[in-house]
Write a protein that binds this ligand. Structure first.
Ligand code: ATP
Ligand code: MG
Length: 432
C-alpha cells in the first residue's frame, strides 16, 4: 500500500516499471471492452486502464464497485501510451479501496457543476479536493515560505506572542471576550504590544505570522473575524526603513510565487505581474484631495471610505503607500511628527483594491506614550505591562502588520476573502 510516486512523478519513460499511487477515485468509465479508473492525488491525475480481455476479473470487479471519491491505492505497470492524458497509463496488478465514499456526494469535485461559496465552505474538505481550490492554498504555502525566508535573510527572528490577553491592544476595535478561569480575558486583535516589548528585550528585529481576532460586525468581502497577520517590529529603524522592507517583501513574494507556483497559477488562470519598486508614496492630504475628485469630500482627520480607497486605487493603478496620517485616527503608538503633532509617522500600504498593511514609527518615549494613551481616551493603568518595557531602555523602533489573506486574494484577483481561508470565521460562520 505504501505510495512509491505522486502522479506528477510518473513519466512515460518509466515504461514497464511498477509504481504504487494513492488517491481518490476521480472518475470511473466503463466502456465495455475497456475500463478507466482515474485516480486523483494531490499533484494530479493518473489513468488506470483495465483491458477486459487480459485483466484479472477480480480487479475489474473491484473497479466496477468503487464509488466516486473513494480512497484507493493502485499498484501497476507504467505503459507508455500517447493517447493517455499524461502520455502513459497504468496497467494495474493490485487495487485496494482504503476508504469508501458514500453516494450521492455533497458536492461535485470535477468542476463540471458549479457550487455556491456557502455550499463549498460547508463541505470544505470536498471543495479543497478540487485542483482550483487547492491551488489557492498551495500558493498560500509558497507565500509563507517566501516570507519566512525573506525575514530570515533580513535578520528577523520569528516569535509567537499570546493570543489570550488581559487588555485591548488599542481602543476602538471590538474584542472577543473569553472566560479565563475566574477572570475575563480577550482574544488578541494584534501582536502589537508584545512585539514592541521585544524591542526593549533587545531582540532587535522580530516577526510573527499568526492569528488576529476582530469582533467587528462588518460583513464585507475583505474582512474576517479571524485573520492571519504578518507582523514585524525592528529597532533603530524608522517608518521609511520599514516601508522599504515592506515593498521589498511584497516584490519578493510575487517573484517567488511566479517562479515556484507557476503550476498553480496556471490552474487558477492567473498571470502574475510583479509589482515594481519603490511603490508610489502619497500623503494623506494628497489622498483626500484625489478622493474629492470623485465627489467624495473627506473632512481632514476622517478615515478614507471604501469608495474613496477604490477611487484612489484606480487613479494610481498599482501598489502604493499613504503616508503622514492624522494622529487622531491612528493608534496611540504611532509617533507624531515633532513639529506638527497633528500628523504622525504612520503609513498604510495599499493594493489598488484595498489596504494590505498598516505601520508606523512608534512612540518610544515613556512619557509621550502615556500621554498618547490618555489622549486616545484609554486608561494607561491597563497598559502597565506594556509601559514598563519603555521605562528601562527602549530603543526607537518601527514596524507594520500585513494581512496574509488580503495579500493572497489581491495577488490572485480573488473577490471574496472567504475563498482564501480554509475555514473562514465571519459574522455568520462558526462551523466548520
Ligand atoms: P481595515 O481598515 O481595512 O478594516 P484595519 O486598518 O482595521 O483594516 P489594521 O488594524 O491596520 O487593519 O491591521 C493591519 C492589516 O491586517 C490590515 O491592513 C489587513 O491586511 C489585516 N487585517 C486587519 N483586520 C482584518 C480583518 N478583519 N480581516 C482581514 N484582514 C484584516
Ligand atoms: Mg490599518
Amino acid at each position: 500500500m505504501k505510495r512509491t510516486h505522486y502522479s506528477s512523478q510518473i513519466t512515460p519513460e518509466m515504461n514497464g516499471g511498477s509504481v504504487t499511487v494513492c488517491g481518490w477515485a476521480h472518475e470511473i468509465r466503463d466502456l465495455g471492452g475497456i475500463t478507466f479508473l482515474i485516480v486523483r492525488d494531490r499533484e494530479g491525475l493518473v489513468q488506470v486502464t483495465l483491458f477486459k480481455k487480459t485483466i484479472d476479473k477480480n480487479l475489474l470487479e473491484i473497479v466496477r464497485n468503487i464509488s466516486r471519491e473513494s480512497v484507493v491505492t493502485v499498484t501497476g505497470n507504467v505503459k507508455k501510451e500517447a493517447k493517455a492524458p499524461n502520455g502513459y497509463e497504468l496497467v494495474p496488478t493490485d487495487i485496494k479501496v482504503l476508504g469508501k465514499a458514500e453516494s450521492p456526494l455533497p458536492m461535485d469535485t470535477t468542476g463540471k457543476v458549479d457550487a455556491d461559496l456557502d455550499t463549498r465552505l460547508d463541505v470544505r474538505f470536498m471543495d479543497i479536493r478540487r485542483p482550483h481550490t487547492q491551488a489557492i492554498f498551495r500558493i498560500r504555502h509558497l507565500i509563507l515560505n517566501s516570507i519566512r525566508d525573506f525575514m530570515d535573510r533580513e535578520g528577523f527572528i520569528e516569535i509567537t506572542t499570546p493570543k489570550i490577553v488581559a487588555t485591548a491592544t488599542e481602543g476602538g476595535t471590538a474584542l472577543f471576550p473569553i472566560t479565563y478561569f475566574e477572570r475575563e480575558a480577550f482574544l488578541n486583535q494584534s501582536p502589537q504590544l508584545f512585539k514592541q516589548i521585544m524591542m526593549s528585550a533587545g531582540l532587535d528585529r522580530v516577526f510573527e505570522i499568526g492569528p488576529i481576532f476582530r469582533a467587528e460586525e462588518h460583513d464585507t468581502r475583505k474582512h474576517l473575524n479571524e485573520a492571519t497577520s504578518i507582523d514585524i517590529e525592528a529597532s533603530f529603524l524608522d517608518n521609511q526603513d520599514v516601508m522599504v522592507i515592506l515593498e521589498n517583501l511584497v516584490q519578493r513574494v510575487y517573484s517567488d510565487v511566479a517562479e515556484t507556483g507557476s503550476k498553480y497559477l496556471r490552474t487558477l488562470g492567473v498571470e502574475l505581474e510583479i509589482p515594481g519598486i519603490p511603490f508610489k508614496r502619497i500623503t494623506y492630504d494628497e489622498a483626500i484631495s484625489i478622493a474629492s475628485d470623485s465627489g467624495d469630500n473627506i473632512e481632514w482627520g476622517d478615515d478614507l471610505s471604501t469608495e474613496s480607497e477604490h477611487y484612489i486605487g484606480k487613479t494610481i493603478g498599482e501598489h502604493y503607500f499613504i503616508i503622514d496620517w492624522p494622529t487622531k485616527i491612528k493608534p496611540f503608538y504611532a509617533l507624531p511628527y515633532e513639529n506638527r503633532s497633528q500628523v504622525c509617522r504612520a503609513f498604510d500600504m495599499m493594493h489598488p483594491r484595498m489596504e494590505l498593511s498598516s505601520g508606523a514609527q512608534r512612540v518610544h518615549s515613556y512619557d509621550l506614550l502615556r500621554r498618547r494613551i490618555t489622549e486616545q481616551g484609554l486608561n494607561p493603568d491597563g497598559f502597565d505591562f506594556y509601559l514598563k518595557a519603555f521605562r528601562y531602555g527602549m530603543p526607537p523602533h518601527a514596524g507594520w502588520g500585513l494581512g496574509v489573506e488580503r495579500l493572497l486574494m489581491t495577488m490572485l484577483g480573488i473577490e471574496n476573502i472567504r475563498e482564501v481561508v480554509l475555514f473562514p470565521r465571519d459574522r455568520r460562520r462558526l462551523s466548520p
